[in-house]
Structure formats: structure tokens, C-alpha cells
Design a binder for this molecule. Structure first.
Ligand code: SF4
Length: 426
């Protein structure tokens, strides 16, 4: 029996050149493929729609697995319906079906809620025997011990700038707009470092650690970075801005090949940080922490949200001023997105501020799904576009690149964002 795992294209991710702005191997599908191979008895392939042409009307397979996030869920359901009408078994998993199972189960033969590790063998046995249940759910968050090492060669490495590797899961924080802690739990789980090192050894490109915070457990990440250093790899990761205070960890990161960190700064308004429940960030420390991360030879991409409850029209200028003055080298900017499964969506629903109950297309880049507190919805979208246009102008990018310790990768990320914006505005 053949199982085809498909990474569906997300048009928000695609730049004007038709390529993703952040070409990263689809780790969750690579891990699923490794779990299926370990079980045995199935042929497994991965199709990445960002690079591989696929016709859902002629696809030759017995079973399709789709990992679904909210932004692509409507299209994923249409594809699932097409495949099922052709007699192909469809399995859905990922963050969206995990938090809205009643909706997702109408479009599949079986739904995987949460992480697949501990339930995949039962599901595969049931698939083989033709007795699939509607829903498979872990009763406990799975341990990361004994997880198979992924085989990067299941996808064409030439398509990607970065190869994904994972070291931990879970986040101890509780930011209102985020569903990570409700899906993966607040306890940090770690993979055996030997497994991570083996996976790294099989990679051929710059690595990206998919953890929500690669430094979440300091003793673990210190040991991992010491073991990485002799391998002479290059890597990037997501991290909390607080790592900017930790010179020893930053030095280990630099010595082990860290090129860039992606950091959720979210806002330059302290009242907003309070509102979203992110007390671990301190706006008055941001500039010094950015300088210190740069001083250790590491780029920093700051991620910011507009449309938070204490944002008004003056907030856009304040954010732009901060971007110019802070020396940060790369920016990611988005409108607040009330994803299902978050405390934010629940609160906005209670306050009667959601614009739709389940129009998940509203979560795409240039759309909005809630009534902001201090700005009209249309005006927020317009100001967001204007701000993006200004901060991705060639002149502003050039200015930011002067501060980037690793100019080539900062240039690539900035220009990708510029192309993406131009593509979205056409
Ligand atoms: S935004 Fe980051 S720090 Fe906050 S809960 Fe999500 S993963 Fe954790």
C-alpha cells in the first residue's frame, strides 16, 4: 500500500518568484515518513507542492496524509474531498484538525489529533486491516526518546535553503495569541542529543531548528551546542529575546555555527506585551539585547504584530522608528491573527469581536478576522500594507543590512519579503 504525504502550498509563504520566502524542508512530513518506514509494510513518498506539480484528479496512490494549518484548511478540505471521491483514503493531522476536530473529521477517513508518535503504529495497523477509526488521539504527550531520525533525502535538497531539525517540543509560556502550549504542552521535552547529532550528520545544508525556543532548556542546549561545534555546520533557530542577556550561551551558539535567530518581539508598546501575556519580554531591553546578539556575530529577525488591543494609528510610526533605531537586520510583520485553539480567539468571541465563526481564509496575510479595539479593520489592513511597503523598500533594506553580521542571509530574507509583498500587492 502506498502512502503519499503532501506539503500543501501556502500562498502567503510564496514570493513573487513562485518560491517560498523561507524554503525549509517539511519536517513534520519527514518525521511521519520515518515513523511509517519504521512500522514497515508501506511505500511512502513526500510531495512538496511548493516545488512539485501535483494533480489531485490523477494522483496515483492509496492513501494521502495532509498536515493542515488554519490558513490552508479550506483548500485542504477541498483537496481531501476530491481525493476521497476517487476512493483514496485521506488522513488529516496538524494544528488545525487538532483544535477543530469536529470540522476536520467531515473531510477525512481518519483524523490524528496532537502528535503522531505514540499512535501511528495503531493507525497503520488499522489502515492495513481496513478498520480505520474516525479519530486517533494521544492520551499523553509523547516522549521524544526513541523517535526515528529523519531521512532528508526523501525530498530534493536542491529545493531548499534550509534543512529542518528538531530538538525539543513544548513551551512554558502562555502568550494569548499562540496555540503552541495548548497543542504541545507547557513542559519542555527534549530529544536525546545523540539522535539530534545523527540527524544533523545526515543533513547537507544550513540547518534550521524548528523548536519554538532552541534555548528553552539551558543545560540541554548548552550541551547540544558543544556537540555541534566540531561538526562545522551553519544553523538558525527560533529563540526568546532573553538569550541576548546570556553571553555564554551566545558564544556557544556562535562557535557552533549559529547565523541567525528568529525572535518574537511582538510589539514596542509595553501595555500590549502585558495584554498578550508575554511578561518575559521587556521593550526597554530590546535595543541592548539586539546589540549584544549582533556583537556575537548572530543575525536577528524580529517578528512583530500590529492590531493588538493597545495599538492605535500612531503605533505604526513608533514601530518604524524602533526598527530604524534598533539596528535590527530583518523584520517579520503581521496583523494579529486569532487562530483557533488560542486564548485570544476565545476572548474575542466572548467580546463579540470576531468577524467570522470559521472563515479561516480570513487568517491569510492581507485579511483580518476581528474588530481591532482602536483602529477600524480596513484602516488597519491599509496601514499594515503601507508600513510593509516602506520597511521593505530597497533603501531601508540596505540600511538594515549594514548591521547584519551575516549579510548574505539577511539580504536573502529581506529581499524575499520584498518580493512577497510585491506579489501580494499585484
Ligand atoms: S509565542 Fe512563543 S513564547 Fe509565547 S507561547 Fe508561543 S511559543 Fe511560547
Amino acid at each position: 500500500m502506498k502512502i503519499t504525504l503532501i506539503n500543501l502550498s501556502n500562498t502567503d509563504r510564496v514570493s513573487g518568484r513562485g518560491k517560498p520566502t523561507f524554503p525549509l524542508t517539511p519536517y513534520s512530513l519527514l518525521l511521519l515518513a520515518a515513523l511509517i518506514r519504521r512500522h514497515g509494510g508501506f511505500e511512502v513518498e513526500i510531495i512538496d507542492e511548493d516545488f512539485d506539480a501535483v494533480s489531485f484528479r490523477t494522483l496515483d496512490t492509496d492513501c494521502v496524509g495532509l498536515s493542515v494549518n488554519s490558513r490552508i484548511s479550506r483548500r485542504a478540505y477541498r483537496i481531501a474531498d476530491t481525493l476521497r471521491a476517487r476512493g483514496i483514503t485521506v488522513l488529516l493531522g496538524g494544528p488545525h484538525p487538532t483544535v477543530v476536530p469536529e470540522e476536520a473529521r467531515r473531510h477525512c477517513d481518519a483524523l490524528v489529533r496532537g502528535e503522531a508518535e505514540d499512535i501511528i503504529d495503531v493507525l497503520l495497523d488499522d489502515l492495513e486491516a481496513g478498520r480505520l477509526k474516525q479519530v486517533y488521539r494521544n492520551e499523553h504527550v509523547p516522549s521524544l526518546q526513541g523517535r526515528p531520525v529523519v531521512d532528508h533525502s526523501l525530498v530534493n535538497p536542491d529545493n531548499y535553503l534550509l534543512q529542518a531539525v528538531s530538538t525539543t517540543r513544548g513551551c512554558p509560556y502562555n502568550c494569548e495569541f499562540c496555540s503552541v502550549h495548548s497543542i504541545y504542552g507547557r513542559k519542555i521535552r527534549t530529544r536525546p542529543i545523540d539522535d539530534v547529532i545523527e540527524e544533523v550528520g545526515r543533513a547537507t545544508k544550513t540547518l534550521f531548528f524548528t523548536d519554538d525556543n532552541v534555548f528553552a532548556r539551558r543545560s540541554y542546549s548548552s550541551e547540544l551546542l558543544r556537540r555541534l561545534a566540531p561538526l562545522r555546520v551553519k544553523w538558525g533557530a527560533q529563540a526568546c529575546i532573553g538569550v541576548g542577556k546570556d553571553d555564554e550561551l551566545l558564544e556557544l551558539a556562535r562557535a557552533s555555527g549559529c547565523l541567525m535567530l528568529f525572535v518574537g518581539m511582538e510589539t514596542v508598546n509595553p501595555k500590549n506585551l502585558e495584554g498578550i501575556g508575554k511578561p518575559q519580554n521587556r521593550v526597554d531591553e530590546y535595543k541592548a539585547l539586539i546589540r549584544n546578539i549582533h556583537a556575537h556575530g548572530i543575525n536577528i529577525q524580529g517578528s512583530f504584530i500590529v492590531g493588538l488591543d493597545d495599538d492605535d494609528l500612531s503605533s505604526f510610526a513608533a514601530l518604524e522608528r524602533f526598527i530604524d533605531e534598533s539596528g535590527i537586520d530583518t523584520i517579520h510583520l503581521q496583523i494579529l491573527k486569532p487562530y483557533p485553539g488560542t486564548r485570544l480567539r476565545d476572548r474575542l468571541a466572548r467580546e463579540g469581536r470576531l468577524l467570522s465563526e470559521d472563515d479561516w481564509d480570513n487568517l491569510s496575510e492581507l485579511r483580518i478576522d476581528y474588530v481591532p479595539r482602536l483602529i477600524a479593520p480596513d484602516r488597519l489592513v491599509q496601514e499594515y500594507r503601507n508600513t510593509l511597503e516602506r520597511i521593505t523598500s530597497i533603501e531601508r533594506i540596505e540600511r538594515r543590512l549594514q548591521h547584519a553580521p551575516n549579510r548574505e542571509i539577511a539580504s536573502m530574507l529581506n529581499m524575499s519579503q520584498r518580493h512577497k509583498l510585491m506579489h501580494a500587492l499585484i
